[in-house]
Design a protein around this ligand. Structure first.
Ligand SMILES: *[C@@H]1O[C@H](CO)[C@@H](O)[C@H](O)[C@H]1NC(C)=O
Ligand SMILES: *[C@@H]1O[C@H](CO)[C@@H](O)[C@H](O)[C@H]1NC(C)=O
Length: 183
């Protein structure tokens, strides 16, 4: 009697451990048969971001949440994924949405079909699949701004170097005169 109970307990503990590793908090997960991976249902949970996901995720439901963007690389480890749904989220379609757009396009045509932008106003209700780089606002601006940053930094460094040179020359002038006088 004792041994089966202990074995059952260990099995349960093991199941809980595996389950905790596979199932993000507040999601509902179901095994899809032996070694077939898991169905991870995180839909309608008010999630603001993609939870940490296990590599054994095979079906992933993230629809009807409050996600506005996906951190770059968030889906990269999901090598066994077969199905994903990210529709009905208030996606903010600025430059940062590019990772999600490219990843979904790469994953499957149907996965990006129902993905609609909520903000910014210029992209409201537009399908993510139809946005081009130009419409993804800050994408265009970010490069010149970075270049400008480098320009100002370089200008500041050069100005500083010239100032130091002038001050050094001024300071040395007295000594130089002395040296000249001595000679
Ligand atoms: C979407 O999620 C909200 C809770 O966040 C829930 O009340 C609502 O019924 C869900 N809608 C659908 C269509 O599942
Ligand atoms: C995603 O879920 C929504 C709402 O449940 C559904 O209407 C839509 O067809 C699903 N999309 C995909 C690609 O499964």
């Amino acid at each position: 009697m004792k041994i089966p109970t202990a074995a059952g307990f260990v099995t349960l503990m093991l199941f809980c451990l595996v389950h905790a590793e596979i199932c993000p908090l507040s999601c509902i997960c179901k095994p899809l048969g032996e070694m077939k991976g898991w169905l991870v249902d995180c839909s309608s949970k008010g999630l603001k971001e993609v939870p940490a996901l296990s590599v054994s995720t095979r079906k992933l439901y993230l629809q009807n949440n409050s996600m506005t963007t996906v951190r770059a690389g968030a889906f990269d480890n999901l090598r066994n994924l077969e199905e994903v749904n990210v529709s009905d989220n208030p996606w903010n379609c600025d430059c940062d949405i590019l990772y999600l757009k490219l990843w979904l396009e790469d994953f499957s045509e149907s996965s990006i079909a129902n993905v609609i932008c909520a903000t910014p106003a210029s992209n409201e209700r537009k399908p993510l699949s139809q946005l081009s780089g130009n419409e993804l606002d800050s994408c265009r601006k970010s490069l010149p701004i970075k270049c400008l940053d480098f320009f100002w930094r370089d200008l500041a460094l050069i100005t500083f170097a010239v100032l130091v040179l002038i001050l050094t020359l001024c300071a040395l002038r007295k000594h130089l005169r002395k040296i000249v006088l001595c000679v």
